[in-house]
Design a protein around this ligand. Structure first.
Ligand SMILES: NC(=O)C1=CN([C@@H]2O[C@H](COP(=O)(O)OP(=O)(O)OC[C@H]3O[C@@H](n4cnc5c(N)ncnc54)[C@H](OP(=O)(O)O)[C@@H]3O)[C@@H](O)[C@H]2O)[C@@H](O)CC1
Ligand SMILES: [K+]
Length: 479
């Protein structure tokens, strides 16, 4: 490659080749919440990372409410996708009481004539899709422990186990109390035919052996504190650090009042089916909506018109911003019924790391900003490059670390060089231009430029980064 004036061309050359895939790949990996409006901008993702967004799997979406009177087929108008909707979801969405959730279930099986098998199949598929999105695992080889309860919530778990197997994951099911009805015995048989282990006891050392736990123990049919053996299972769950996804209701919680019996259980993600129940107001974490089977008439009848629309062929949709605090109105339903005292909410919501205070962090649901690392041979060149980047509005700010030691292998030998590190804060959309600019002005023929996505930061600071940088030359902007 005819690299001049520098001792170690190879590592930089190799890095430069992967710069694009690293940069764009990491955006998808860190952020599964690309809005539909910006989806076209990730069209050049490596296939393995991008495939999750295509073909009916779930994508996070901060989208538009679905109005049942729009004779909509639930398809989204991308031009209407707006982040403005995000913070007000909790405010706008009607949260169902236990009675309402049960009534909708009955109505679905009444006039539209759905069978429970049909609904459960779609519910379980939604759950599996949401778990795939939640895990954001490009390899999809994660082990998933699925805990199934004695009712239909447990049935959703069994269906999800089957779909997760077909998605390429490794599910294991724990199903301590199995109803003798054919619906459930068939679901178990379908799992076992695929080689999915369906046992009765909690496995040992869950944290070491599983990447994710699915809580499909109890849904909207729960009443009172959980009886054995489920109370004990919840104690185990409450202490796990493994990410937990709850189906429809965090098990052990009261459908309306939340963690009424003090289980201390706080799942990391919740997949509400049909519509969130009242207890969802007390949940903080990633919140998905699934169960794409409610006809517009029923939706309207139960005041569910403000639910987000399912994008494209997705079986679930993420209701973004659910874990944001400061929703003064957020825990009310639209009719103002059954409001909680915010103090109660404070004591019940246990705040996992995902629940960042909005005042300190702006969760970057799309990777609008990045830090680009650039190495330079000496302080003089680093300083000149930093100034050029800022002058040309390709970076808002560049920090210069005066000395880093770079260790690499060159012609079979381990080498070590002192270098200067630049850390440029900029828009993700400017990475290709910044990279080309650095290459043009750098003394290495193939300098290192590696971008890492920023997942949060002070709102004012990030605003300043946006204002201090320019639009990309071709007008494309992932922000
Ligand atoms: N339209 C939709 O949205 C759809 C929803 N679907 C799904 O169905 C779920 C609701 O299902 P569900 O009605 O079967 O209730 P669920 O909570 O799973 O279990 C009830 C079981 O638990 C038991 N039990 C109760 N309390 C207990 C306690 N304290 N301690 C111990 N056990 C207790 C109770 O026993 P029982 O008290 O009656 O003896 C009964 O056996 C819903 O959340 C969603 O996931 C989809 O499948 C289809 C479409
Ligand atoms: K559950």
């Amino acid at each position: 490659a005819g690299i001049t004036s520098h001792a170690h061309p190879r590592p930089h050359q190799a890095l430069a080749f992967v710069t694009h895939s690293l940069a764009w790949g990491s955006f998808r990996a860190i952020s599964s919440s690309i809005t539909l409006a910006s989806a076209s901008s990730v069209g050049d993702l490596p296939t393995a990372l991008n495939e999750g967004g295509k073909g009916g799997t779930c994508r996070s979406f901060s989208g538009v409410p679905l109005h049942s009177d729009s004779n909509s087929n639930n398809m989204v108008d991308p031009s209407k996708g707006s982040d403005a909707a995000v913070s007000s979801w909790r405010q706008r969405i009607t949260l169902l009481t236990q009675k309402e959730a049960q009534a909708i279930d009955e109505e679905l099986m009444g006039t539209p004539g759905f069978t429970v098998d049909q609904l459960m199949e779609l519910a379980g598929l939604s759950v599996a899709s949401a778990i795939h999105d939640f895990l954001a695992q490009p390899t999809r080889s994660a082990s998933i422990l699925i805990l199934c309860g004695p009712g239909n919530n447990g049935g959703d778990g069994l269906v999800a186990a089957r779909h997760l197997y077909h998605f390429g994951y490794r599910p294991v099911v724990v199903y301590p109390k199995r109803p003798a009805r054919p619906l459930f015995t068939n679901l178990v048989k379908q799992c076992e035919d695929l080689g999915i282990h369906v046992g009765g006891d909690m496995p040992e050392d869950i944290e070491a052996n599983f990447d994710c736990v699915v809580d499909a123990l109890f849904g909207f049919g729960t009443a009172g504190p959980l009886r054995a053996p489920f109370g004990e299972m919840m104690q185990v769950l409450s202490k796990l650090t493994t990410p937990i996804v709850s189906v429809d209701i965090p098990s052990g919680w009261d459908v309306e009042a939340g963690d009424l019996y003090g289980t201390g259980f706080t799942p990391d993600a919740l997949v509400s089916l049909t519509a969130p129940k009242k207890c969802a107001a007390l949940f903080r974490g990633r919140h998905y909506l699934g169960g794409r089977f409610v006809p517009p008439g029923l939706q309207h009848q139960y005041g569910l018109d403000a639910l987000p629309a399912y994008p494209g062929t997705c079986q679930c949709v993420e209701i973004e911003g659910w874990d944001e605090e400061g929703g003064d109105e957020g825990d009310k339903d639209r009719d103002g019924r059954g409001r909680e005292d915010p103090k109660d909410r404070e004591s019940t919501s246990r705040g996992r790391p995902s629940a960042s205070p909005a005042s300190a962090l702006t969760p970057a649901s799309t990777p609008e900003f990045v830090v680009v690392w650039i190495t330079a041979p000496d302080a003089k060149e680093a300083s000149a490059l930093a100034e050029r980047l800022v002058e040309s509005d390709l970076a808002a700010c560049v920090n210069i670390v005066p000395r880093v030691d770079s260790v690499y292998k060159w012609e079979g030998k381990v080498e070590r060089n002192g270098e200067v590190l630049l850390m440029a804060k900029t828009r993700a959309s400017l990475v290709p231009e910044l990279s080309a600019f650095v290459t043009k002005h750098h003394s290495y023929d193939v300098p290192e430029t590696i971008a890492a996505g920023i997942v949060g930061g002070g709102p004012e600071y990030l605003k300043w980064v946006r204002e201090s940088t320019r639009e990309p030359a071709d007008g494309r902007d992932t922000g």
